[in-house]
Design a protein around this ligand. Structure first.
Ligand SMILES: [Mn+2]
Length: 343
């Protein structure tokens, strides 16, 4: 006998969006026939997944939807975002009735789309849906909530609140947005509601593995080779609180990769070693230049080290360049790290 029942109650998402805003947004959509959906510059999988998910959902209502972004999408998204090949970077044809701008609040984040195609977009209302803290919105109606982990989460909640059906293609696009903005539900931005929205989209046929594997697990053979070579240089000091590794031109050559390309995620890998508080990845790109990535845990701030060498970054991740040999760079950076750990 199996422990679990075969069926569960269908998931019902709560109506959490301000009803006035939700209805106003619905009215804009109802009044439009031809809709252009914008994703922001250098579109990530949340911008693209939200835009395509919405296009699938509104397309099924009989709306003519065009998804446009200022920069071409990265090819890695093609395997899990149905309809990615329909995304355009230039507009043509009849004027539009509505712009729906997704995953950024400021119009400038959509590149020059609005200025380049002013004739197609003259007097066209904008509906803005976004989850970034820093924005007040660029639309006549703005559904903005930084509590949402992804624009795709907010959009799913709006679609379900307005009883607009989400088919399998839409569900796949929307789940991709949520998974990539939360790194597989890992970041602190993930809430119980995020998980519930994810479950709702899975119920409609979306599968996390289709996104997680190409985004976070798949690597090319030369990249795996380089990773192994670099990790073979791993060293530690100060009871494991300081760890470091180096990538040399010979390693890139042995892995059949151009010298200086990529870091294969080694900086993040190093700081996940148990006990590590400061991790440094040295990448020797020529005989007299070394690029350095610093990662920190606990109370340590990476910029305390990188700014000593003219670099910058954030508390957890910083970088700098060192003019000199690898041995000189290691002596300088490890010296600074040891001094910091001794404070
Ligand atoms: Mn986002």
């Amino acid at each position: 006998m199996r422990a679990m029942r075969e069926t569960v109650t269908p998931i019902v998402l709560p109506h959490v969006i301000d009803p006035t805003l939700a209805t106003a947004a619905r009215r804009l959509v109802d009044d439009a026939r031809r809709i252009v959906i914008f994703g922001h510059q250098h579109p990530d999988a949340d911008a693209l997944g939200s835009a395509l998910g919405l296009a699938w959902a509104l397309g099924a209502l009989g709306k003519e939807c065009v998804v446009a972004v200022p920069d071409p999408p990265d090819a890695v998204y093609a395997s899990f975002l149905p309809g990615l090949d329909s995304v355009v970077t230039a507009l043509e044809g009849d004027p539009f009735d509505l712009v729906i701008a997704l995953d950024a609040g400021a119009l400038s984040r959509y590149g020059d789309l609005t200025t380049r195609y002013a004739s197609l977009l003259a007097d066209v209302p904008i509906l803005n849906i976004d989850h970034h803290l820093t924005t007040t919105g660029c639309g006549v109606v703005n559904i903005i909530d930084p509590r949402a982990a992804a624009t795709a989460e907010l959009l799913t909640l709006w679609l379900t609140q307005e009883q607009i059906p989400i088919d399998e293609n839409a569900a796949k696009c929307l789940l991709a947005g949520i998974i990539t903005d939360t790194r597989s539900f890992e970041f602190d931005s993930t809430t119980p509601l995020t998980m519930l929205v994810g479950a709702y989209l899975m119920e409609r046929g979306a599968r996390p593995v289709e996104v997680v594997k190409p985004m976070y697990r798949m690597k090319k053979y030369p990249s795996a080779k380089l990773f192994g070579l670099a990790i073979s240089s791993l060293q530690s000091a100060i009871a494991g609180h300081l760890v470091w590794a180096a990538i040399t031109p010979a390693m890139w050559e042995a892995a059949a990769l151009p010298v200086g390309t990529g870091d294969e995620g080694i900086p993040s890998y190093l700081i996940d070693i148990e006990g590590a508080e400061i991790a440094i990845c040295f990448r020797q790109t020529s005989l007299d230049e070394v690029r350095i990535s610093v990662r920190t845990a606990g109370k340590y701030d990476a910029t305390v080290i990188t700014t000593q060498f003219g670099g910058g970054g954030h508390a957890r991740a910083g970088g700098c360049r060192y003019q000199g040999t690898l041995a000189e760079a290691e002596a300088a950076l490890l010296g600074a790290a040891r001094a910091y750990l001794a404070e």
